[in-house]
Design a protein around this ligand. Sequence first.
Ligand code: SF4
Ligand code: SF4
Length: 373
Amino acid sequence: MTTKSPAEQEFMATAEQALPTYRPEGAPRPKRPTELAWKTASYLFKQKFIHRRKRFPLVTMLEPLEACNLACEGCGRIREYAPVITKTLTLEECLNAVEESGAPIVSIAGGEPTMYKELPALIEELVSRKIFVYCCTNGILLERVMKQIPPSKYLSWVIHLDGMEEQHDIAVVRTGVWKTAMTAAKKALEAGYRVCSNTTLFQGSNVEDLHELFTLVTGMGFEGVMVSSGYDFVDGPTQDMFLSREESIRVFNRVLNDAAIKRIRFYNNPLYLSFLRGERDYQCTAWSNPTYTVQGWREPCYPLADRHTDNVNGLFTDELWTHYGVGVNDKCANCMMHCGFESATIYNAISSPVGVASLVKSLVTKRSGVGAP
Ligand code: SF4
Ligand code: SF4
């Protein structure tokens, strides 16, 4: 039996019971649905071997607003979109973007999506279309929106956590956020929602503290822990916080050591974890995650917008991708984000029909995931 740290014990003792009890007493906790594996694989197979598309989306990144109730140090979005920070997409614009992209998975991000008043209607509609939804949140308003959005196997909350209480509250520049987010996560699990966490690594990320967090959330029943390195947004308030490629590899070798990989339920697929440790090399396939914002589709990718465009197909052209990628564009030099490289592990794995079969197997056995950025 693992011994809980004092911080874990304190958290578990103080988190209150769930509010909306969607999950009948004694019912099993929801798991990653097998349907996700089959749907993803059949979509990939069709796009690649029947429609013979060279580039196509897998996850639509949808940002209905860029405003947030926090101002984290490492956040590019709230700074990049400052001139249009009050703008929001209509429900119709959101659904049109999802339709136009056609990907089977939608990641709702921002900004803080729980501040978007149409979020319940948006999720309800996507779920009714059997689209898998990952809704990324800092957790502050999660309890409130849960009252309006029932659990579904098509929906997973993805809670942004950068460490245990002290470290996280420093990263998000507000005291009390960790406790609020973790309490909401516990209630979400009790109520029957699927829940993941998402952690971005920066300079000074405390590896021991992250291991403590990841062990805690794995023990609580989170479906998985997503990790990624931060992208060096030019709009970031300080460039010193971002990791170079070499620094990312060094820190991920410590975060993803063999003991941690055995103990912690990581959501990212093992090939991407191996890439983060510097054991494999891939070229970016960020066209797999087209990102729709209040200004249109980001071109070329989720972390970098040299411009915005109205036509999603403009993101899949040879012409565009002669200008981007590691070794091609200086802005890509330090990027190891999972929207660009976790997708690359998947697209690489499906270069043949046998590869698709192996991918299904790995998704079904829960050793591989696709999800938020
Ligand atoms: S919670 Fe997310 S969107 Fe909000 S400021 Fe922090 S990183 Fe940016
Ligand atoms: S490497 Fe890919 S995901 Fe990263 S900034 Fe460049 S184009 Fe975007």
